[in-house]
Design a protein around this ligand. Structure first.
Ligand code: UD1
Length: 416
């Protein structure tokens, strides 16, 4: 199994180009499988993206890739989503709404993805039933059929994936669908923008989304929005190594909660329309508490990485994770590097900053937890080995090259 070998202690400085957003491209790829021909630009080449493209090929569509561009054309001829690939990533559930709405049937499988505790798909199923689907389960196979009818759906909790699934199903339903209490992530707005460019009629007003089905479908070229979590991860690397970075090709407005936090901690932040500059003084200070919540609040997808920064900041911070019941598997690994973190309960963690972390052999158990280990390894004294890197390449494009370009020492070791 491959691992990363990181030599810590270098202060990172320089420029980083931010890639397209993983969480925007995955739903847009599912949506593109039921539109007319589409060309997508700024597509990050991640293992989740290659697996999604393979699902699309097996649906019967043509997929052509070149650099960061993907062209998708043709029509769906198979409505069974590949089981093996579904079990590799949770976002495979997004084909449920898209294919069911378009083809009036789809067979999906319980999805995989990061093990962050209970991640049910009950609300995805519930929403499709509300739209009129008949769903039967046979072992891990979920067979969904029916001509969908527009309706009003009041979401009992805010969910990114369920909001996206309803939108993709409702564009091919009969009549208008209204979603109340929907999620507001920028990645959902990118999906809506793409679908509207294709000729659909979707409108978001705060927490309500209205989908009016249309017949027009245009050839579309769409550019994926930048990855705000990748940008935040590089800011965390700058903060943890007392470095300074210029991040380019991003949207600072998508990062307000994170920029505010770094500023409160003592970092100097400057923003331009598509750039962020971060400079870290010798000492930064922990805020008293951080609570993860749906956008525009502090994102759960940045909880492990900020924990790495807090591990060597001055003071004590309590993190409350409110989205996932066991997004805590990075903690045991950070402790191996000398971090002082107390697990108060499965979702509450107290981090007391120490002066220095030390290199260690650690294992990534999920994507963002893996990113946290890289951040800490870069700031630590000595060498670290990071196993479980298959989780990290699911969500970070060319991460080693990007880190090496700003002065970090990280090597892929293929022989371990
Ligand atoms: C998306 C993101 C993921 C991020 C998460 C929360 C993608 C591809 N992934 O995941 O990176 O961590 O949003 O910001 O965009 N829930 C249920 N039943 C369901 C569905 C969800 O109870 O049927 C719960 C979840 O367990 C969780 C909460 O709803 O507690 C929110 O999860 P959700 O927003 O659905 O996350 P994902 O769309 O899976």
């Amino acid at each position: 199994m491959s691992c990363y070998v990181v030599k810590g202690g270098n202060r990172l400085s320089g420029e980083v180009n931010i890639s397209g957003a993983k969480n925007a491209v995955l739903p847009i790829l599912a949506a593109a499988s039921i539109q007319n021909e589409t060309t997508l630009k700024n597509v990050p080449f991640l293992s989740d993206v290659s697996n999604t493209l393979q699902i699309i090929r097996e649906l019967g569509l043509n997929v052509v890739t070149e650099n960061n561009t993907v062209n998708i054309s043709g029509k769906v001829t198979n409505t069974i989503i590949n089981k093996f690939l579904s079990q590799k990533m949770r976002s495979s559930i997004l084909f449920l709404g898209a294919i069911l709405g378009k083809c009036q049937e789809v067979t999906i499988f319980e999805p995989g993805g990061c093990k962050l505790g209970e991640r049910p798909i009950d609300l995805h199923i519930w929403a499709m039933e509300k739209l009129g689907a008949k769903i039967t389960k046979k072992d891990d196979e979920i067979i969904c059929k029916g001509k969908l009818k527009g309706t009003q759906i009041n979401m009992p909790i805010v969910s990114v994936g369920v909001t996206e699934n309803i939108i993709m199903a409702a564009i091919n339903a009969e009549g208008i669908t209204i979603i109340n209490n929907c999620a507001k992530e920028p990645e959902i707005d990118d999906l809506i923008l793409y679908l509207n460019e294709c000729g659909n009629n979707i409108e978001r007003k705060n927490s309500t989304i209205i989908i009016t089905p249309t017949k027009t479908k245009n050839y579309t070229t769409h550019c994926i929005i930048p990855d705000r979590i990748e940008a935040a991860t590089f800011m965390a690397m700058a903060a943890a190594t007392k470095g300074e970075l210029f991040l380019k090709n991003l949207n600072p407005n998508h990062l307000n909660s994170i920029l505010n936090l770094f500023q409160k901690m003592g970092c100097i932040i400057k923003t331009d329309i598509d750039k962020i500059y971060i400079e870290t003084p010798y000492k930064i200070y922990s805020p008293p508490n951080i609570v993860t919540k749906p956008y525009p609040n502090f994102p759960t997808d940045f909880q492990p990485q900020i924990m790495s920064v807090l591990s060597t900041s001055q003071g004590c911070c309590v993190i409350k994770e409110t989205l996932f019941s066991s997004r805590n598997k990075h903690i045991s690994e950070l402790k191996k590097m000398g971090a002082n973190i107390e697990i108060i309960d499965e979702t509450t963690f107290e981090i007391n900053g120490v002066d220095l972390l030390y290199g260690a052999e650690v294992t990534a158990k999920d994507l963002r937890g893996g990113a946290a280990l890289i951040i800490s390894a870069l700031s630590a004294e000595g060498e670290s080995k990071i196993n479980g890197i298959e989780h990290i390449i699911r969500g970070y494009e060319n991460i080693c090259t990007k880190i090496e370009n700003i002065g970090g020492i990280i090597k892929l070791d293929k022989n371990r």
